[in-house]
Design a protein around this ligand. Structure first.
Ligand code: AMP
Length: 247
């Protein structure tokens, strides 16, 4: 999300209506961590004037300090994927969000493209899905990532493939503008993660080709763009079909 963008009351209301706001059963502050993140902890911070801060559930602000990926406690297969991707140090958004996501908290992050936001949600999702404590329903997708455009969906999927290449976690994409049969065939293989644009996902849910009743983790990537592009009704329809208990 562009940190310079105006948060209009209308947009805030739309976000809340979409269920993008933290679940109603918990207070907004307790529901998750909220952070605004530049690309790196040095130059960009100075250029944008945006401080690297993370709001804790108690409302205190803390400045995350750089640490190696090992500090997250990710599994060896995932660490090998991070290595293969050529990541040396976690980016601010990763330092600020991954520990919370790994604890199962809901997180709202504000960051521009290029800051490392995809890996910030992809890494904890892959970690969760490859864990022994699967608890999920066999054969059903367990994580759903919604994105506004096919290009973004493909980029997210590509990054998951790179980071998860040494794990057994699998991902597939669902978006319109191309034929559905290839996507349906990929879905029949039982991917763990679906990266989807809302419209085609709804079509395939309607035809019974996608089941979302096993989804444990939902990501709304570029949620503000999805709202601007008029996806709110579609997102609401999808949310209504997801299990209520999810991250
Ligand atoms: P994103 O903000 O998700 O679009 O990521 C922008 C680019 O940064 C992608 O090409 C990622 O592969 C890359 N990236 C993400 N995290 C790191 C990291 N910790 N170190 C180096 N590159 C990264």
């Amino acid at each position: 999300r562009d940190p310079g963008a105006q948060q209009t009351p209308q947009r805030a209301q739309q976000a809340s209506l979409a269920g993008i706001a933290p679940p109603r059963r918990v207070s907004p502050v307790a529901a998750g961590w909220v952070g605004r993140f530049p690309a790196t902890s040095g130059g960009t911070q100075q250029r944008t004037g945006v401080p690297i801060t993370t709001k804790t559930p108690s409302g205190q602000e803390s400045a995350p300090s750089p640490s190696a990926f090992a500090a997250f406690g990710l599994g060896p297969d995932l660490m090998a994927g991070i290595d293969a991707a050529g990541y040396d140090e976690p980016r601010p958004i990763q330092i600020g969000t991954i520990p919370s996501v790994l604890k199962g908290r809901d997180v709202l992050g504000l960051a521009q493209t290029g800051t490392g936001k995809t890996a910030a949600f992809a890494l904890p999702i892959i970690q969760r899905l490859q864990g022994r404590n699967r608890g999920g329903r066999v054969g059903l997708p367990r994580a759903l990532i919604l994105a506004p455009t096919r290009e973004l969906a493909l980029q997210i999927h590509a990054q998951i493939e790179v980071l998860g290449r040494f794990t057994k976690v699998s991902s597939t994409t669902v978006f319109g503008g191309v034929g559905a049969p290839a996507q349906v065939r990929a879905l029949r293989k039982g991917p763990d993660i679906i990266v989807a644009c809302p419209g085609r996902l709804l079509d395939l849910m309607g035809s019974g080709d996608v089941r979302v009743d096993g989804i444990e983790v939902l990501v709304l990537d570029e949620a503000d763009h999805m709202l601007d592009m008029g996806f709110l009704p579609d997102i609401r329809r999808i949310l209504a079909r997801l299990p209520e208990r999810r991250q």
